[in-house]
Design a protein around this ligand. Structure first.
Ligand SMILES: [Zn+2]
Length: 113
């Protein structure tokens, strides 16, 4: 049974943040947005004939500047590993780009756009 136990990660393991972090830039106003997805609770199963063949999550996102609605869609395989992601209304950016955009935003308030 050691095999099964290993497979399902039996036993205590230190809890860690398994969240998926999306960093997004609004295509209209350029505002950076951070979204966290919880793979344990937010993934919806896509069923095949009998069992889940994969998972997906759809996320509606608005930035705090122009409030345009963006829509992210992520797909996962049966082991909850991400296989693809799409985004309408925005672009995926790296965490570094996100931090840079945020720092710029804080440095000069958007009073005079
Ligand atoms: Zn925007």
């Amino acid at each position: 049974m050691g095999f099964l136990k290993k497979l399902f990660g039996g036993g205590e393991q230190t809890p860690q943040d398994r969240g998926i972090h999306l960093y997004i830039k609004c295509q209209r106003c350029g505002a950076p947005v951070h979204v966290r997805i919880d793979p344990q609770n937010e993934l919806a199963a896509e069923y095949g004939d009998s069992e889940a063949e994969g998972y997906q999550v759809v996320k509606e996102i608005t930035d705090d500047r122009c409030f345009r609605r963006m829509r992210a869609e992520l797909h996962f395989d049966a082991r909850r590993r991400e296989t693809s992601r799409e985004l309408e209304g925005g672009d995926f950016i790296t965490v570094e780009e996100y931090e840079t955009l945020r720092a710029e935003r804080l440095a000069k308030p958007s009073a005079n756009v």
